[in-house]
Design a protein around this ligand. Structure first.
Ligand code: GDP
Length: 600
């Protein structure tokens, strides 16, 4: 009896771990969640799953029942498992409660037939950034050719039922995926073969269609969290709460959906950072079938971990993704506010001081941070001049439009997982503000990258006539074919790049201009450019009457060098669009010519 009491006490000390599901689109996140949840959702009874706000709660009894084939009973110390309902939403691992991740553990779903995909890698980055534990579900094992269904069976048992061919194919896919993870700097292993848990990440083969491996996944989630996160999961009186969503509900006005991560929250509690008093604590009505739209259960108090809807005054100022704080009797309101501001500060520090850059709008503070982090770590530098949370409105477009005059490409809003109002869209089209929308980080980023590349190419084309490549040419006396306009000469490219279109001048003869290179022939074949060391024939055509009068043998001669006539403007154009087209040596020549022409 004493043992039982002891166990009871221990159970009361731990809260339920919170889990979220991530992975590439179509990996099976939704299906997996539906499957895990789908069986026996019959509420109000012990051991049955309950639907909460934004989450599903699995009591320990339910997990015990479903994993009994794994002979794991009596080893569960947590009261249950809370799974966040919106899968695939990257921002979920980024929702925070007091600086750390909202989720204690994540399931990273990988399609066993497809292996790692861009979003899998993106998810991995986010998990690493947040230091969040995770388990890999190798989903869709039932798609291995010839798979024999073993409904809801533990994976080892299911695997034993399979033919040699299926097992071979499985092992082959597994090896490929292990290698792909290794390329991402991660060691992985099937969980039942993993001898170095913690260093080597666990993989569980699953099927979201027939349920093989689901018991293993559930058990591993619970066992791993209660084994390694005792401190984090210890029940505390300090409230930790994260806002998932801010929305209007008919009959309740503005409400917030929150996940209470730790502590107890009461009706009438004063909360911050928007200082207000909780009017009602709501959860969905348990009798689902009888549920009238918009009816909720009211609670006097709720203990973590749970998903709750809160109603109160002033909630329209709440920000999804930020923490919510309860002001205790002895707590200093200023302290509470300061903690709330900390979250915002880390994001603000990413804004470019120059005031030039794109505008980033995201759904939550966490997703905003994740996107900014991604921008920072990318190979192209994209400065950010402003940020916002929530839908893109007209006023945001107005703000961004001033950037158009400074730099066209920065007159852009990157809308990460947020809506754009029709009015904002209209105004943007009118003013020329670009809005890119996506709910996948890398796709949004790639859209914008493609846009700036195009813009650059376009400008480069427009400026092509003004770009002057540097060259120094020496006349080959025996190859002077025509001595006046159009002049045709054999030349040695002494330095730099001779390019069609380059204006040519003779520094030794008072810098006279003799025309532009109209064509170049190398071994009788027309070419666009000739580089240092090449011998080519060039045709020079005078652009005006004066130039057309210039004659070889009269105005200049064999000993004179022909040089690109550069200018301040031509140097600027080269710098802006042709940075990578010139070698270091060629840039040195630009500097040399700049001095020769006494350009400031
Ligand atoms: P999500 O984008 O990651 O949420 O992926 P979904 O859950 O929407 O699944 C994408 C597609 O894969 C759907 O057609 C599912 O029916 C299918 N699917 C998901 N899991 C499995 C699985 O375990 N086995 C098989 N055969 N199909 C699956």
């Amino acid at each position: 009896a004493e043992d039982a009491t002891h166990k009871q006490a221990e159970e009361n000390l731990l809260r339920s771990p919170i889990c979220c599901i991530m992975g590439h689109v179509d990996a099976g996140k939704t299906k997996l969640l539906d499957f895990v949840r789908g069986t026996n959702v019959q509420e109000g009874e012990a051991g049955f799953i309950t639907q909460q706000i934004g989450a599903t709660y699995f009591p320990a009894e339910n997990i015990r029942e479903r994993t009994k084939e794994l002979k794991a009973d009596a080893k569960l110390k947590v009261p249950g498992l809370l799974v966040i309902d919106t899968p695939g939403h990257e921002s979920f691992t980024n929702l925070r409660s007091r600086g750390s991740g909202l989720c204690d553990i994540a399931i990273l779903v990988v399609d066993i037939m497809d292996g790692l995909k861009p979003q899998t890698i993106e998810s991995l980055k986010l998990l690493k950034m947040r230091n969040t534990e995770f388990i890999i579900a190798l989903n869709k094992v039932d798609r291995l050719y010839g798979w024999k269904t073993c409904r809801n069976a533990p994976i080892v048992k299911a695997m034993k039922q399979q033919s040699k061919d299926v097992q071979n194919e499985f092992n082959m896919k597994l090896r490929q995926i292990v290698t792909q993870f290794m390329e991402q700097g991660l060691n992985t292993e099937l969980y039942y073969k993993n001898r170095e848990m913690g260093e080597t990440f666990n993989m569980v083969p699953t099927s979201a269609i027939s349920g093989e491996g689901i018991p293993d996944l559930l058990l591993l989630l619970v066992q791993w969290t209660q084994k390694t996160m005792v401190e984090k999961l210890t029940f505390s009186n300090k409230v930790q709460c994260t806002v998932l969503e801010v929305k209007v509900i008919e009959g309740h006005g503005m409400t917030i959906d929150v996940v209470l991560v730790n502590g107890v929250i009461h009706e009438g509690d004063q909360i911050g950072p928007i200082v207000t008093t909780i009017r009602a604590l709501l959860t969905p009505h348990p009798m689902k079938e009888l549920r009238v739209k918009g009816t909720y259960l009211h609670h006097k108090e709720i203990k973590a971990a749970q998903g709750i809807k809160i109603t109160a005054q002033g909630l329209e100022h709440a920000i999804a993704g930020t923490g919510l704080y309860v002001v205790g009797i002895d707590a200093d309101l200023e302290d509470v506010k300061e903690v709330a501001m900390e979250d915002m500060k880390s994001v603000m520090s990413r804004i470019d001081k120059s005031g030039e850059g794109v505008y980033v709008q995201a759904s939550t503070l966490g997703s905003l941070e994740a996107f900014l982090e991604y921008l920072k770590s990318s190979d192209v530098c994209i400065p950010v001049s402003g940020i916002g949370i929530g839908p893109v409105h007209k006023k945001d477009v107005m703000k961004v439009s001033v950037m158009l005059e400074k730099k066209k490409e920065y007159g852009t809003i990157l809308a990460f997982d947020v809506k754009v109002t029709p009015e904002a869209r209209e105004l943007a089209a009118e003013l020329g503000v670009k809005i890119f929308i996506d709910d996948v980080i890398y796709r949004l980023f790639d859209q914008f990258k493609a846009y700036i590349c195009n813009l650059k190419e376009e400008k480069k084309r427009e400026a092509a006539d003004e770009a002057v490549f540097p060259c120094v040419l020496k006349i080959v006396p025996e190859y002077v074919v025509r001595n006046k306009n159009p002049i045709v000469l054999g030349v040695d490219v002494l330095e730099g790049i001779a390019k069609v279109g380059t204006p040519i001048c003779i520094p030794q003869r008072d810098f006279i201009d003799i025309g532009r290179i109209a064509s170049i022939e190398n071994n009788r074949k027309p070419v666009e450019i000739a580089k240092k060391g090449q011998k080519v024939s060039i045709k020079i055509v005078g652009s005006n009457h004066e130039e057309q009068q210039k004659m070889f043998g009269r105005h200049f001669d064999v000993e004179d060098e022909l040089v690109s006539h550069i200018s301040r403007r031509s140097i600027d154009v080269l710098k802006a669009y042709y940075q990578d087209d010139l070698s270091r040596e060629e840039w040195k020549l630009v500097v040399k010519l700049k001095n020769l022409f006494k350009i400031q």
